[in-house]
Write a protein that binds this ligand. Structure first.
Ligand SMILES: Cc1ncc(C[n+]2csc(CCOP(=O)(O)OP(=O)(O)O)c2C)c(N)n1
Ligand code: SF4
Length: 501
């Protein structure tokens, strides 16, 4: 196409930039490569690299099969780590080798999506050996595209499990020797010994005829998943001119002459899936499974959640031993009892006591996207270190509950409201410093009304068997609530729902 013609839609930029367009790009690709402003019409791959060809085959197949809106691509670590800059689909980039595990989780939670794992040979056959074998063995209904270029490309040419005997690499400088480095690993053959996979094929990007075969294999692997069939694996022998030290034409020839004899192109498995039964998780609420459901006997009279409720993200931080993690668990369990979606994510050092610890809690009416809380609505800081560390992460207009009677003199106030509560002293006066976390819980409930105090007592009753300790917790909860009513909401009057206005 002449470069002065206007190419509609996705190719506008190409024509305007003076490129001569000989054929158009799949609409599954973004129109520009955003990572580098000066190279936005080029990929980051080296000239002649097989990744670009594989990307094109996959994008065209997704487009032609009408799967773009349903596809989630799991990118690896390796030269193709930036696959998400090219494919205009759902994208997740995961740690080295973990793509089949992440793809499993995504497919099982979103069975209607088309989940693709795209991996190099270092990623899939070295660090990720366990993940790929077990995903294949489970017959996960995912599609794997495995780029075998017989080397670690991204890191500069270390030996891969697929490196050929005699092939030199930076870590096998005298050439791979069986006695020292073992034999090349044949992943397609290996996986096709398992019961799980329904489709395993090896193809090669060495000439047009073989690229067309690869095109068919890519399509078939995606069609399998579209049709609800099981684990599909396409190994793609791929040129890496840069690390092999060859020009693109020579590198393609090298695929044909050197790789194919060792890794023969073949269909190793193509069959209808054996009925493996249903791997969908049981459709029961976690709270029911744990027998703490909102509808069990003990909580039958509770509302699904208080009428003042809005979604909350909470970070609780302090020293190990201050009940920081337990407080988060209590909140999560209370949320479950009130029929909310909840998550609890702990983070702590190796020390059981006195090391720092914090946890993230989400309470929501709808499904929670991530349990990680980077900017909480509420911070409960059980010590000064935590206050200083996390206070400025709190959302503007959020709330900080600080376990002290006053803030440090040099503390710069964030845009959040801060309430200082001498929870440790109050707990001490009740009989044990250990219940300072429950004092904080009482204060949190009274101040935010995020959950009902009666629910807190139900959870505590279910967890604490010793009557004296339970009584201590009841007093601590009440003390925290009274502190807010008497010191913060002066003049508030108790209401039937247990809160004071
Ligand atoms: C846990 C971890 N270990 C090692 C690395 C370093 N690393 C990055 S890419 C790579 C190898 C990539 O090779 P391959 O999967 O064959 O992909 P290619 O670059 O050849 O496409 C390694 C070892 C890393 N990023 N993370
Ligand atoms: S180093 Fe090899 S695999 Fe990586 S982009 Fe370059 S040619 Fe491709």
């Amino acid at each position: 196409m002449a470069n002065d013609e206007t190419v509609p839609g996705k190719d506008d930029g190409v024509a305007q930039n003076g490129y001569e367009v000989s054929h158009s790009k799949s609409s599954v690709f973004y129109s520009v490569y955003e990572r580098k402003a000066d190279l936005e019409q080029q990929t980051h791959y080296c000239p002649g690299c097989g990744h670009g060809i594989a990307h094109k085959l996959i994008a065209e197949a997704i487009e032609d099969l009408g799967l773009q809106d349903r596809t989630i691509l799991v990118s690896p670590v390796g030269c193709s780590v930036f696959a998400y800059y090219y494919f205009d689909v759902g994208n997740v980039q995961v740690a080295h080798g973990r793509a089949p595990a992440a793809a499993t989780a995504i497919k099982r939670t979103c069975p209607d999506k088309i989940v693709i794992s795209y991996q190099g040979d270092g990623d899939l056959a070295a660090i990720g050996t366990a993940e790929i074998i077990h995903a294949a063995n489970r017959g996960e209904k995912i599609t794997i595209f495995f780029l075998n270029n017989a080397i670690y490309g991204m890191t500069g040419g270390q030996m891969a499990p697929t490196t050929l005997l005699g092939q030199k690499s930076t870590t096998s400088p005298w050439g791979r020797r069986p006695a020292n480095e073992g034999f090349p690993l044949h992943m397609s053959e290996l996986l096709s010994t398992l019961e799980g996979p329904v489709y395993v094929e090896r193809v090669a990007l060495c000439d047009n005829k073989n690229i067309m075969k690869a095109r068919r294999a890519v399509r078939k692997a995606l069609e399998n998943q579209r049709d609800g069939s099981g684990f599909s694996f396409v190994e793609i022998l791929s040129p890496c001119p840069t690390i092999w030290g060859k020009d693109p034409v020579e590198a393609r020839r090298w695929v044909y002459e050197k790789l194919v004899p060792v890794f023969p192109v073949n269909v190793f498995r193509d069959r209808k899936p054996e009925p493996l039964g249903n791997n969908a998780p049981p459709q029961r609420l976690v709270s029911d499974l744990l027998e703490i459901g909102a509808h069990d006997d003990t909580s039958a009279e509770l509302p699904s959640h208080p009428h003042h409720f809005r979604d909350y993200t909470i970070k609780i931080a302090g020293f190990g031993g201050q009940g920081v993690l337990l407080l988060g668990q209590l909140l999560a369990e209370m949320g479950m009892r009130e029929g909310l979606e909840v998550s609890w994510l702990p983070s702590y050092g190796p020390e059981m006591r006195s090391g720092s610890a914090h946890c993230h809690v989400c309470l929501a009416k709808d499904r929670i996207g991530s349990p990680l809380v980077s900017h909480p609505d509420v911070l409960i800081a059980m010590n000064e270190i935590s206050l200083r560390k996390f206070a400025h992460q709190v959302e503007p207009g959020g709330l900080i509950l600080y376990n002290r009677d006053r803030l440090p003199a040099d503390f710069v106030l964030p845009q959040a409201r801060v309430i200082s509560i001498p929870a440790a002293e109050m707990a001490d006066q009740l009989g044990s410093t250990k219940v300072a976390n429950i004092v904080m819980l009482g204060a949190l409930l009274e101040e935010t009304e995020c959950l009902l105090p009666t629910t807190a007592m139900r959870v505590l009753e279910a967890k604490i068997k010793r009557v004296d300790l339970l009584e201590l917790d009841r007093l601590a909860l009440s003390a925290g609530r009274t502190f807010i009513d008497s010191q913060v909401r002066v003049g508030a009057v108790s209401q039937p729902d247990g809160f004071a206005y």
